[in-house]
Design a protein around this ligand. Sequence first.
Ligand code: FAD
Length: 510
Amino acid sequence: MGNKTIEIKLAPGYTEEELRQTVQKAARVKECSYRILSKGLDARKKEHIHWQLRVEVVADSLRGATPSLPEAWKIPYKKRTTKVIVVGSGPAGFFAAYVLQQAGFQVALIDRGAEVGKRAKAITTFEKTGTFDPLGTYTFGEGGAGTFSDGKLTSRSKHISLEKAFIVNAYIHAGAPEEIAWLTHPHIGSNNLRSVVKKLREEFQALGGTVHFETCMESIESEKGKVKAIHTNRGEFAAGYYILAPGNSAYDTYRMLIQAGVPFQTKNFAIGSRAEHPQGLINLAQWGVETLPGVKAAEYRLTAQTDNQIPVYTFCMCPGGIVVPATAFEHTNLVNGMSYYKRNGIFGNAACVAGIHPDQLAGKKVTPLEALENLENLETRFKTYTGNFSAPAISIKDFLSGTMPEKIPESSYPLGLTPAPLYDLLPVVVTNALREGLLQFNKKLKGYDQGILLGLESKTSSPIQAQRNDNGNSPGFNNLFLAGEGSGYAGGIISSAADGIKAAMEIIRR
Ligand SMILES: Cc1cc2nc3c(=O)[nH]c(=O)nc-3n(C[C@H](O)[C@H](O)[C@H](O)COP(=O)(O)OP(=O)(O)OC[C@H]3O[C@@H](n4cnc5c(N)ncnc54)[C@H](O)[C@@H]3O)c2cc1C
């Protein structure tokens, strides 16, 4: 018995039988088993849109090599007595806690938000009534910002392939579709994520880990270069090590950490708005037809460079998705996007942002505290404009021409739209960059200017970054690790989860 890896092309809407026959023909074998290693849609030539697959074929008639097994990642288990506190149950905090518990530590996972069932109910009520509930946000609570996300698992980070395989396997084990292991653009879908996140947490608890929801870290206590305890609204927690992964929204928490002497620096990040279009328009522009058999909805990723070298790009595209109110606090108003597994909504949306440094926004050098304050003020400005959680919105054409919008076309956004001069609400440098970028996007994707822009998109990445020393801990605090998107070293589910695992591995190695 031997194996062979082949590359094949198949038409959209291919059947299992066509796949089998194509594999046998390409591998020149009659009887075989096979597994898909990767699969992506190639839509570069509209007249020849096809799936491109890499397939491993195993057959008696193949000689030489033995079947390859996927590289497995082993967590070194040892019976240990050391306690670890992990703050934040998002991808970074959860995977850090999960790996440490598997390695034999006694881990307590703390999150200020609610468990996923309670959280889902509160989000539904928020979207029906517009009444803010801190337990019903897209940001805080079990699974973090990742739970009600699209669940796209793409990551541009290099050197995390083993961690990525571990994370993807854990998601599949907890009920995510198996195809996420091989699709080049995998996504779990918001509807699947809830049960996946819950199953993973139950597995963590079955291993002996403890979970404390609705428990907010309010301060840290340190002594002689070490954190001694953290204080929460539900009492004190003390341990040998602390991993903090509070995500990209917890202004209060980062302020507290900075004031407690945890060192941060400013860094580039991105802000803008969410663009939304009828999905049929996107399909037509990308494929030349409005539907393709066996393919859910067309994606896009656009980039542009402005005259003064500001990158403008689309991010987190949600085909057939919904724009959602993603604020963590009552005084701010911002949006994000998600989609269900079927991606069959009538709109598609994507963040449309300008990459920028907090100093450029302020027009002067700012401290990490000032960078956070400026961003929070911007999010507050959007809430002040609407007075509620409707999304300030404008057509792309009006945004480009600087015309005050009167009426906005239909949208997927659940809490209504308020016509607004987004070109004035956004910082001038961002408006100017987006205008240049949108003109270039319109040349790359036909009809792009027929879309609308909604709200403020301010959470693509963090404007601040925690400093780390060579052992990964926070300088000045030997047993404190900051991980995930809010630490400034990750963006998105996979890279945040991988960053959490990295912090866990630093502790395991000690
Ligand atoms: C609507 C939406 C859609 C998205 N879609 C995608 C996508 O398709 N693909 C993708 O890769 N990324 C997506 N993202 C981004 C992704 O969710 C984040 O990058 C990722 O969740 C960051 O992980 P994290 O663990 O660092 O932080 P988070 O997921 O933000 O988790 C932080 C956790 O810390 C808790 N916390 C904060 N402060 C405290 C405190 N003081 N005490 C206790 N707990 C605290 C919060 O309650 C939260 O649960 C999306 C985000 C949103 C909002």
